[in-house]
Design a protein around this ligand. Structure first.
Ligand code: AMP
Length: 215
């Protein structure tokens, strides 16, 4: 199964992708996670993309294209993948088409998540993540047992640089301008399925499973 998840920042794509990965038994390919890890590790790629990632701008398409071609060519992605965060521009749709054609496979489904903007901003502004193990918390709806400390590994939680409120607004603007056309392009191919991303993650996942079973 080859699935793409699209939606505004904070709609819960990452959370849904990790559940879908377990259900389908295919890797979760998150371009955002990959880039953040590179930034944190200070690799040449990380140094190149840091400014874009931390200010909510898109990393240039040529960099992303190389990255996605390499990732999807790895053996673990042969049987399928859950792609989270790519493609985000029309140019990237073409890049993905070319990579999949070279691999001789097609996309099965594009799930588009939606949620009211106020809910998205609330979710992102309160999000805290563990830089060590990747666990995600929320100051109101999923607080850690001890404030500021990861339940899973005891590390100090951090706020992502791009979860500052002005950067959130910038990311939403980029989404509207650059990624909405991607949804229209896939819509014309008849592979898009909308999922209401509001409410609790389990409720959203139940809707996603219903959508999977339908098509
Ligand atoms: P995400 O975690 O998916 O919200 O991604 C965080 C940041 O990583 C984005 O705001 C971009 O700076 C960068 N990024 C992730 N995926 C892409 C992509 N497909 N194209 C360009 N930039 C990306």
């Amino acid at each position: 199964m080859r699935v793409v998840l699209i939606g505004p920042p904070g709609v819960g794509k990452g959370t849904q992708a990790s559940q879908l990965k377990a259900l389908l038994g295919v890797p979760h390919v998150s371009t955002g996670d990959f880039l953040r890890e590179a930034v944190q590790a200070g690799t040449p790629l990380g140094r190149r993309v840091k400014g874009f990632v931390e200010s909510g701008q898109l990393v240039p398409d040529d960099v992303m294209g190389e990255l996605i071609a390499q990732r999807l060519s790895r053996p673990d992605a042969r049987a399928g993948f859950v792609l989270d965060g790519f493609p985000r521009t029309l140019e990237q749709v073409g890049i993905l088409d070319a990579v999949l054609a070279r691999l001789g496979v097609v996309l099965d489904r594009v799930f588009v998540f939606t949620a009211p903007e106020a809910e998205i901003v609330r979710r992102l502004a309160g999000r805290r993540t563990c830089p060590h193990c990747g666990a995600v918390f929320h100051v109101d709806s999923r607080p850690p047992r001890s404030a500021g400390v990861c339940d899973a590994c005891g590390s100090a939680l951090v706020q992502r640089a791009d979860d500052a409120e002005d950067v959130i607004r910038q990311r939403l603007k980029v989404y509207a301008e650059q990624t909405m056309p991607v949804i229209a392009a896939y819509g014309e191919r008849g592979v898009v399925q909308e999922v209401d991303g509001s409410g609790e993650p389990q409720a959203v996942f139940a809707r996603l499973q219903t959508g999977l079973a339908e098509a």
